[in-house]
Design a protein around this ligand. Structure first.
Ligand SMILES: Cc1ncc(COP(=O)(O)O)c(C=O)c1O
Length: 506
């Protein structure tokens, strides 16, 4: 294990480094007079915190399910098999009560959770985040820490502030979670797109490592006038929008380039824990083999984070509870070198203060009381994973079995993680206006009653990506049941087939 001294201050923004924070109600800290002794039991007349007796809430009962869709009216067939997998006597009950005062140090009680609290997050949830990361993606160095955020969107905003001064450059996968581009812009940063390969026949899918390497080695000729990049922003697992996952060998190459060319890796990973098996035709009930043991999942299915390669403290990892617990909580966390966490904390004190205590209280206490801590939480993730895998299979089966696929009008990128897949439209050779055709086809999807995201909508630079924008992002996350997924898939392929049969016309 490498112990790093943070040597990357030159990669942090001047604005972020310059911030300091002190609270007006802090007592005197310097110039203690001779003979001063602190009082053993000081009383507070300084903090403006209402006594918890003023809170109208005395306790909260949280009613829970044992697996996704347990209470849904249209129970997908998939869950029948999940139910039979809950070991007898292991379920900890379906209700968690949170009292005003609790003795258990891991529990956030009402008097603490509904009070003003630490900007970095409540200590119990922060500790859970550290323990979870140690179990899933232990960093390769020791002086890292976490800060709780109000979700990955907030984590991204705070990371952009951490790194970017005006004219600073950040490398971004050419199709990406486009709201981040606004964070880059707000800080005056410059986003430079990185080529992705979405054609399985012309090489490994996803980030084109040769393109990246060549760009970095020949930066001043290829990007005259631009500063060398301070960071790369990547969604390495179940990428949004493409669904592609970077293999570990590729991550190692990117990490080596980051060390060689001295930049930060900003890893945004909302989907990575939903590691999916390869597509297989859905058979109604799930095969038991898909329901993994925790150790098997961690060792052979979960793709390791860049943190696990990080011997120099240059990875900033953004996590969120949005996809695994619920988006409305607005809760997530950042993992990074302690110095970076400290600098982010000063910005948090300015923009968000502490994340919602109610959300922290619900997440922490449900994880502790219902799931029993880190491993129980991973078991919940495994149940989600099985359900997502089934949904993916149901949706993709409509594509693979369609005439449009058999006739070569489309191809599908089968995701190995997350909730997105890409459908590539294979325009006939010589099609010169693929961009216009992709737009026109989108009208066809609307007419057929199916919503999709054109790849171009998520491009860093539409011109740069014009040749590779012939795809749509689809997701199996929001549908209510298998029937809806099946119908949506059929509408999609129906629209493509009609479009092609009419000579690429509406
Ligand atoms: C890649 C990526 N990053 C960040 C976010 C924002 O997530 P959150 O809800 O945690 O703000 C999303 C949400 O869809 C996402 O896809």
């Amino acid at each position: 294990m490498t112990v790093t001294v943070f040597e990357h201050d030159h990669l942090l923004s001047e604005r972020a480094k310059a911030r300091s924070f002190s609270h007006f109600s802090q007592g005197p800290t310097d110039g203690a007079p001779e003979g001063f002794k602190p009082h053993p039991k000081p009383l507070a007349l300084h903090w403006g915190m209402p006594n918890p007796g003023f809170f109208p809430i005395d306790s909260i009962d949280v009613n829970l399910v044992d697996y996704p869709f347990q209470k849904s009216l249209s129970l997908p067939t998939t869950n029948a098999s999940v139910e039979s997998l809950i070991p007898q006597g292991k379920s900890t009950g379906r209700s968690v009560t949170i009292a005003k005062k609790e003795d258990d140090a891991d529990i956030i009680d009402i008097s603490r959770g509904l009070q003003y609290s630490e900007v970095e997050g409540l200590p119990q949830l922060r500790q859970f985040a550290r323990d979870f990361i140690k179990r899933t993606h232990a960093p390769a160095y020791s002086d890292w820490d976490v800060i709780i955020t109000t979700g990955a969107g907030d984590g991204l905003n705070k990371s952009a502030d951490l790194i970017l001064d005006p004219e600073d450059v950040i490398l971004i996968e050419e199709f990406t979670f486009s709201p981040f581009l606004s964070n880059v812009k707000a800080n005056g940063g410059i986003a430079v797109p990185l080529k992705l390969n979405l054609d399985a026949e012309s090489g490994p899918l996803g980030l084109d490592i040769d393109y990246l390497q060549n760009l970095l080695e020949n930066w001043s000729e290829l990007k005259p006038g631009l500063k060398k990049p301070k960071a790369i922003y990547t969604i390495p697992t179940g990428q949004n929008p493409t669904g592609v996952t970077q293999p570990v060998e590729l991550r190692r190459k990117v990490y080596d380039l980051a060390v060689k060319h001295d930049f930060i890796i900003l890893e945004d990973d909302p989907y990575g824990y939903l590691a999916l098996p390869k597509y297989s035709k859905p058979e109604g009930l799930l095969r038991l083999g898909q329901f993994l043991e925790i150790d098997e999942y961690l060792e052979s299915h979960l793709t390791p984070s860049y943190l696990t390669l990080d011997t120099t403290g240059r990875v900033v990892r953004i996590e969120t509870f949005s996809k695994l617990f619920a988006p409305g909580l607005r809760l997530g966390f950042i993992v990074a070198q302690k110095r970076a966490i400290d600098v982010i904390g000063k910005y948090a004190a300015l923009v968000t203060r502490s994340p919602s205590g109610t959300s922290q209280l619900i997440v922490q206490n449900v994880i502790q009381k219902k799931f029993g801590g880190v491993d129980g939480w991973i078991e919940w993730i495994l149940k989600m994973r099985v359900t997502y895998a089934h949904r993916r299979d149901v949706l993709l089966s409509q594509f693979y079995e369609s005439d449009a696929y058999k006739k070569g009008y489309l191809d599908v990128i089968d995701p190995s993680a997350g909730m997105f897949a890409s459908v590539i439209i294979k325009f006939p050779e010589g099609t010169t206006d693929a961009d216009a055709k992709t737009k026109l086809l989108n009208w066809k999807f609307v007419a057929f009653g199916v919503g999709v995201v054109p790849g171009a909508n998520m491009a860093v630079d539409k011109d740069f990506s014009a040749e590779r924008s012939n795809f749509y992002r689809i997701t199996f996350a929001p549908a209510n049941d298998d029937e809806e997924l099946t119908e949506a898939g059929q509408r999609f392929v129906g629209a493509v087939e009609e479009f092609f049969e009419k000579g690429l016309k509406f």
